[in-house]
Design a protein around this ligand. Sequence first.
Ligand code: NAI
Length: 307
Amino acid sequence: MSAQDSRMLAFSGRVAIVTGAGSGLGRSHALLLASRGAKLVINDLGGAVDGRGGSATAADAVVAEIKAAGGEAVANHDSVSDPAGAARIVQAALDAWGRVDILVNNAGILRDKSFAKMPLEDFDAVLAVHLLGSAYVTHAAWPHMQAANYGRVVMTTSAAGLYGNFGQTNYGAAKLGLVGLMNALKQEGGKNGILINTIAPVAATRMTEPLFPPKLLPHLQPAYISAVVAYLCSESCNATGDIISVGAGYYAKAQIVESEGVFYGAGAEVTPEMIAADWGRITDMGKARAYGAAMEEVAKIFGYFVK
Ligand code: NAI
C-alpha cells in the first residue's frame, strides 16, 4: 500500500444504502463508496424527475457498473415514500450482508409551481419523497445502527430549503424539514455512535441541467458532492449535525443562528410599539450565535431570570 493509499478513507466491510442511486448524485455517491470497498444497496424506482413512472433499469445499470468494476452491490426498486418499501430497502442490505452502516438519503423529485397554482397533490408528493421518504428509510435502518453502535447518515437538503426559491414551496418545506429531522436525530443517535449530517448540493444532473446556465454545467460535476458525502460516511468523520453547502469544488458550513436579541426585563409590559421601535436591535445579527440544541437556546431565555 502506498503512502497515499494508507491515508485513503476506506469502507471495506461497510454496508451502505444510497436512495435514488440510479442517476445523478446518488449514482455518483454509490460509485465512489463502492470503489472504496463498501457494499452497496442501489435503491431507485427509476421514475421521471417529477416522480412519475418507474423502471428497474436505473438501479440495475448502476449495480452492473459496480460489479463490472469489481465491487459488490444489490438493487432495490422500492419507493422511499412507501413505509413498507422503505423497510424493504433496509432489508435488502440485511439479507445480502447482515448489516447497514451507512445511509445516504438522496432520492428526490421536483414539482415546481408557484404556490397559488400548485395542486396540493404536488405539495404532498414532494414532501412524501424528500421528507417522509428520508424519515422512513432512516427509521428502518436506525435500530440496526443502534444495535451495532455505529452509523453514518447523510440527508440531502437544498439552498431552496435553507434560503428559499420561487416556485419551490413544496420542495423548500420538505428540504428544510430534513434539517429539523437531522437536528433531533443527532441528539438521539449520539450515544450509539450514529452521526448524521446534511448536504446542500449544487450539481449538474437531469434535475438541474434545464435550470442552470449551460456554460457552468461542466464545472458542476456530481463527483464534488460525492467527495464530502464519502467523508461524512467514513469512520474518520466525527462531525454530526452539520449542514455542508457544496458545489463545483466549493465546500462550506451553513448554520441557523440567532441574534443577541433584546430582553426587556422580568415582568416588563411589552407593546407592539416597543417592538416596532426596537426592530433594528432585535434583528441585529452582529452578535448572532448558533445553538447546538433546543434547550441551549431556551436556557438563554431562562438565564435572564436566574442571573
Ligand atoms: P436526479 O433526478 O438525477 O436523481 C434523483 C433520483 O432519485 C432519480 O434516480 C429518481 O429516480 C430517484 N427517486 C425519485 N423518487 C424516488 C423514490 N420515491 N424512491 C426511490 N428513488 C426515487 O436528481 P439529483 O440532482 O441527482 O438529485 C439528488 C438529490 O439531490 C435530490 O434529493 C435533490 O433534491 C438534491 N439536490 C440536488 C441539487 C442539484 O443541484 N442537482 C440541488 C439541491 C438538492
